[in-house]
Each structure stands twice: as C-alpha cells, then as structure tokens.
Design a protein around this ligand. Structure first.
Ligand code: FE2
Ligand code: FE2
Length: 288
C-alpha cells in the first residue's frame, strides 16, 4: 500500500494561520509515502509569500510532488508576468516544473498548467502531453499512474467549463493510452471525486478524478478547509477527506470513498462492500 496526502491551494498571503500547525501535525502523523501539492501556493506570487510557503513545505514529509497554480504567476507586473512568470516559484519552491516520483506501486507526474497569457485558465501543451506518454506509458498496469495538475480535468456540478484545463480532450487521449489511473487537481477550492468517462468517452478507460479543497486559505468558497488522503493498492484506491473542525482544533475524517479498477476503468465500490477491502500490507509476519 502507498499513502499519499493531497493538499491544494495553500494561498500564502491569504491563509488562516491557526491551521498551519494542525495541517503539519495531521500530515506528519499519517506518515505518507508522498505529499502532493496541486498549486496556488501563494495569493499574489510575492517573495515573502513564497518564502512562507517554502517554510511550510519544509515542515511536511518528503518526497513531495508540487506544481504551480495561476496565483503563482505575478498578476500585476507585466514584465515579470510575461518574461519571468515562474521565476519566484522556481527560486523558492522548485525549479522542476515536471516533478516525478515512482516506486513499485505508484508513478506520479506533476504538470504545470499555469500560464501568463490567461489570468485564471490553465493549459496543457503538446510537449507536456508527450511527457505524460514518456513518463507513464512504460509502467505496467499494476503500477498506479497519477497525474497532478492545478487546473482540473473534471468539475463538480454547477461549475463552468472554462475552469477545466484547456486541451483536456487532447491530453486525455494520451492519458487513456498510458492507462493513467488518477488525476489530482485543485483550483476550485471545492472537494470533488469523479470519473473521467463521464466527460471524455474513451472505450476501456475511466480515470479517477480527485479535486482537493483549500488546505489553509480563507477563500473556502463555502467549504471548510480540507485535504485528501489516498490509500492506494492496486486494484483499489481509498480517497478520504479530512476537514477542519475548529471546535477541536484538528482535522477529522469527513468522507471516505473506495474505488476498484476493472476492464472499464475505475468505479466506485458500494459502501457495504468496502469493509472487505484490504489495503495494509500483511507481509512480515505481523502478530494476529
Ligand atoms: Fe486557488
Ligand atoms: Fe487556481
């Protein structure tokens, strides 16, 4: 089993300070194999905001797969916006805009969808689609392949299409060809799980689409601060959401869903059947 923590939309510059230590404590306690941060680390891409984000990331477990969001590109300064859009992100967070992690059970690729020319929208380009093919196609079917972007490939009800990553349909062909299993994103500040087959009709493929809410920002769009835990053991994935509970000053489980992979892709397991799923490794002669 692999445990991933999925945080998003930190928005340093507009954070609730009271949540920082509880997030660090909760995430560290989970002992995740990988921590994913799907963009919008800052509110306005200012140096101090990136420094604060860096300090926060340093207190979280590693390895980390981090991608930028639209708020990590300077908005008001046209010089930096167009000529050095991610300079500060690269300086303080990481100069690797295509972070990658793999082991025997998971392969995780981060893709930068933030662009200078669009204020809010995100895009994926041909070179990045090729990177998805190069990085993920070589892995066998039992390695769970995960793509991390800021802008989502699917939307909860009531959201408009322009929030989707541009060229998503084109990218989804490569994603399906490589049998990519999970698409992690943020941007909406709303938690959501869905299936790519609901929007992209590709025979024999349906990736699990997971959006995280905002972990630390005060811009909750009606939803309390939260983050996701993914427990992954082929052919099963558990997505659990932890939500902030101010009365207890801690994050508590607020939903859990189980998914199973079959010939048509990932589908939700009914709750009454989920209790029989075993995620923990039982090797090593653990005492009964
Ligand atoms: Fe955001
Ligand atoms: Fe965003």
């Amino acid at each position: 089993m692999r445990t991933l923590v999925h945080l998003s939309d930190l928005h340093f510059g507009r954070i609730d300070e009271a949540l920082l230590e509880p997030v660090i404590r909760a995430v560290s306690g989970l002992k995740p194999d990988v921590v994913v941060v799907s963009g919008d680390l800052t509110q306005r891409a200012r140096s101090q905001q990136f420094k604060d984000a860096r300090e926060f990331l340093d207190k979280l477990p590693s390895p980390q797969i981090v991608v930028p969001g639209n708020h990590d590109v300077p908005l008001h300064n046209p010089f930096t916006r167009f000529l050095q859009p991610l300079d500060k992100y690269k300086q303080y967070i990481t100069d690797n805009l295509e972070p990658f992690y793999s082991d025997e059970e998971v392969a995780i690729l981060g893709i930068n969808t933030a662009r200078s020319l669009t204020i809010k929208d995100g895009r994926i380009n041909e070179r990045q689609i090729a990177a998805i093919r190069d990085r993920l196609c070589p892995f066998p079917d039992d390695v769970i392949k995960i793509i991390v972007t800021h802008h989502p490939f699917d939307l909860p009800e009531g959201h408009r299409e322009h929030d989707l990553v541009n060229r998503a349909t084109r990218a989804m062909e490569a994603i399906a060809k490589c049998g990519a299993d999970v698409l992690l994103a943020g941007h909406l500040h709303v938690s959501h799980t869905g299936h790519s087959s609901a929007r992209y009709k590709i025979a024999g493929h349906s990736a699990l689409v997971v959006s995280a809410g905002t972990a630390t920002s005060t811009r909750g769009r009606g939803e309390t601060n939260s983050f996701n835990i993914l427990r992954v053991r082929h052919p099963y994935i558990n997505v659990e959401r932890l939500s902030w509970q101010p009365e207890r000053s801690t994050f508590v489980p607020s939903s859990t869903e189980h998914f199973h992979h079959s010939a048509d892709g990932w589908a939700r397991v009914p709750d009454e059947m989920a209790a029989d799923i075993v995620y923990e490794d039982r090797a090593g002669g653990a005492a009964e």
